[in-house]
Design a protein around this ligand. Sequence first.
Ligand SMILES: *[C@@H]1O[C@H](CO)[C@@H](O)[C@H](O)[C@H]1NC(C)=O
Length: 249
Amino acid sequence: MKLVGTIAFACVYLNVIVNAGPIPKYIHLCKRNDPEVGKCVRASIEVLRPHLKSGIPELGVPTLEPFHIPKIDIIRGQNSNNFRAGLSNIDVFGASDFQIKKLKVDVPERTISAVVEIPVLMLIADYDVDARILVVPVKGEGKVHANATAITGKAIGKYEIEERADGRYIKFTTLNVNLNVGDYNVKLENLFQGDPTLGQAANSILNDNKEELIKHAIPFLEEKVSEILLDTANNIVRNFKYDEVFPEK
Ligand SMILES: *[C@@H]1O[C@H](CO)[C@@H](O)[C@H](O)[C@H]1NC(C)=O
């Protein structure tokens, strides 16, 4: 009896999904001639937040908690010095606690701008480094743990309406992010094959020169974050017709 009930429920449920049309319920629609369209989009993002945490694979939305990045090359070693620095198996925790401070949608200009704050981000990854950081050699491979606090991002995205065989779709053409990081702490394990003195010295360099290192790292981080956001945004919006997801009225 239980099994029959379960199957019946599954059939009804599947039927509901199939008949629900292309826009899932948790996508709260906004109208493009709404004078407060920014407010509406912001409210939609709040409705979406719990779904963003776990991701929506069928819509190309990756899991945000943690956010996984397979690999980032920081220094690629194309210079004669052959220095390298890279991270792999990166998990970032805390991004889903983002707070939207401002959000503006300019429909005629096809521009979305936002100011977002994230109180704390925690990163765990595998690192591989052979480089100089502020003239000090740093070499090793192992786990890296890092925390950053008071992260502010200002993003401006421009989109186009793309004509496809079956209708019009949104496509983001550029997405530029400006970042600010309040503070951070980082720990590289197993530097210099586990030599505790050299390892501690290198970690101190990383944590005692924050202002300078943040200044150096920001342009790189901005480029990476912009790239990731542009990709993610397009993976999401390509699933929806413009006039369905962002109707005129
Ligand atoms: C990051 O924060 C967590 C939680 O507060 C803490 O356990 C960890 O030691 C911190 N890591 C670093 C590198 O500061």
